[in-house]
Design a protein around this ligand. Structure first.
Ligand SMILES: [Zn+2]
Length: 84
């Protein structure tokens, strides 16, 4: 089942492809288009040597639903950087 964007964010359509997107602000205040549907990703937790029976530093992956910038998935992404 589709999860979609946060419920209080308006969906719009990419001007360059048929994708559904929504806009958020980057930490620097610039608008970023996001794919409407989050993907299953992971956050990584660093563990010290000795944890989990391993003698070297390692990471444990935690499931997370994450949104991807439409810049990463749009087939016309190159044109964003020109006139964006
Ligand atoms: Zn697009």
């Amino acid at each position: 089942m589709a999860i979609g964007p946060p419920p209080d964010v308006p969906l719009t359509k990419c001007r360059r492809c048929p994708a559904q997107i929504f806009f958020v602000l980057s930490e620097k205040g610039r608008p970023i288009p996001m794919d409407a549907e989050p993907v299953q990703g992971f956050t990584l937790e660093k563990r010290k040597p000795g944890a989990d029976g391993l003698h070297y530093p390692h990471y444990v992956a935690h499931h997370a639903r994450v949104y991807i910038s439409h810049f990463a998935t749009c087939p016309e992404a190159a044109s964003f950087r020109r006139d964006g």
